[in-house]
Design a protein around this ligand. Structure first.
Ligand code: NAD
Length: 409
């Protein structure tokens, strides 16, 4: 079979799904790799580096005509979906829970959609495939670097002949993967770091990377399903904002990373909290998108300074700004996932593999992942039984039942 690497077309996207370093693992599983010309450019990987790793460089037309599986980072455009052939497999961050229509469109092309953001994160075997974590890690690091760059003062305490510089106070709100990396990075830069999350179990995690955990009296533990946070009630939210305000006012840098799956991000930094911050302070809102952000005043994709001199950054794709590292880690995650599907040069879906049942969103012309199908409602293209089908419409995907097991070490 042929695994194809697509050139990303989303605005500002610089990552690439597979880097040359990882190709050997895929080739060893019996697959050939073809790469759309220029796919690695945004990550400073020339076509020649892919050729040196044994891949063939192809045009866009050749990619769609020849590849049995197309690997990408971002969702495809409508035009790219329109090029998919029956049985062709598409793998990427397809966000089926945010964009179930895309899944329906891919099913209508009779193609197989596999989404990396659907990997079961609590399954220890799947940790090497967890691209959400690897990309959040890059984002958490870069958020602090951006904040330090924007902040017009030292982050560490410095004692010099010209006197002493006080260390910056840094607050990290949301202690998931990105938040933990933000804490660790801010500590490495010498900041005095505090952190807060609604999930109580994060207190110990935050302390282990050097932050002081802030306990709020007004909000009880809000751990939800699957290790994620649940959405707070409006009363809890209000109490949380009120209590956070006094902490925020004392900070030089605030990094926000709070998310609730499938919901608008919670507002943790209100306009009143920003108004109480000192001039020169910096907020980096990692949760900002068209849905809103953790800071009431964030403008997704923009950086601006408020009237009271607080700079608010609301970057929407931090991993793309560190495309070299982000692509490398995404590529390793993707290879680990692909190797559960590809054995002896054949693609097969194993209906008994938890990773497969979670990540295969469409197959055989149907939307097969239960959560996505539910969002689409009764009109969803789905199997009558409501169970996951196996195999795809043509020879590109071998009908199911082949036991593929987990990712090789
Ligand atoms: P996320 O991006 O969904 O959210 C980031 C953080 O925001 C979370 O810690 C969440 O609790 C917090 N948050 C949400 N609402 C909040 C509010 N109102 N106030 C303050 N904080 C709020 O989370 P994530 O980084 O993707 O990780 C979420 C969970 O998944 C964590 O428990 C993490 O440990 C777990 N996880 C587990 C594994 C694994 O076991 N292999 C891998 C990755 C992630």
């Amino acid at each position: 079979m042929k695994v194809g690497v697509a050139r990303e077309t989303a605005p500002g996207e610089r990552r690439v799904a597979l880097v040359p370093e990882t190709l050997a693992r895929i080739q060893k599983a019996g697959a050939e790799v073809i790469v759309e010309t220029g796919a690695g450019e945004g990550s400073h990987i020339p076509d020649a580096a892919y050729e040196a790793a044994g891949a063939a460089i192809v045009s866009t037309d050749e990619l769609y005509a020849q590849a049995d599986l197309i690997a990408r980072v971002q969702k495809p455009t409508a035009a790219e979906v329109g090029r998919l052939r029956a049985g062709q497999v598409l793998v990427g961050f397809l966000q089926p829970l945010l964009d179930p229509r895309l899944a329906a469109d891919i099913a209508a092309r009779n193609a197989v959609a596999i989404s990396l953001d659907a990997i079961p994160r609590t399954l220890s075997r799947a940790q090497t495939m967890d691209a959400l974590s690897s990309q959040a890690n890059v984002g958490g690091y870069k958020a602090v670097i951006l904040a330090a760059d924007t902040f017009g003062r030292y982050v560490p305490m410095l004692t010099t002949a010209a006197g002493t510089a006080k260390p910056a106070n840094v607050l990290v709100l949301g202690i998931g993967v990105a938040g933990l990396q933000a804490i660790a990075t801010a500590r490495r830069l010498g900041g005095v770091v505090k952190a807060y999350d609604v999930r109580k179990e994060t207190a110990e995690q935050a302390r282990s990377v050097g932050a002081q955990f802030i306990e709020l009296k007004s909000v009880a533990d809000a751990t939800g399903e699957g290790g994620y946070a649940r959405a707070l009630t409006p009363e809890e939210q209000h109490a949380q904002q009120e209590e956070l305000n006094s902490h925020i006012a004392a900070q030089d840098i605030v990094i926000t990373t709070a998310q609730v799956p499938g919901r608008r991000p919670p507002v943790l930094v209100t306009a009143a909290a920003v108004a109480a911050m000192k001039p020169g302070s910096v907020i980096v809102d990692m949760a900002a998108s068209d849905l809103g952000g953790n800071c009431e005043l964030s403008r997704a994709g923009e950086t601006y300074e408020t009237d009271n001199g607080v700079t608010i950054l609301a970057p929407t794709n931090l991993p793309a700004t560190m495309a070299g590292s982000a692509s490398l880690f995404y590529s390793r995650n993707l290879a680990a996932l692909l190797l559960t599907f590809i054995k002896g040069g054949q693609f097969a879906i194993d209906p008994n593999d938890e990773v497969h049942t979670a990540t295969v969103i469409t197959n055989g012309g149907q939307v097969v992942q239960t959560a996505t199908r539910k969002l689409l409602g009764p009109s969803a293209p789905a199997t009558a039984s409501g169970t996951t089908t196996t195999g795809a419409a043509n020879g590109a995907a071998t009908p199911g039942g082949t036991t593929t097991g987990g990712a090789p070490a």
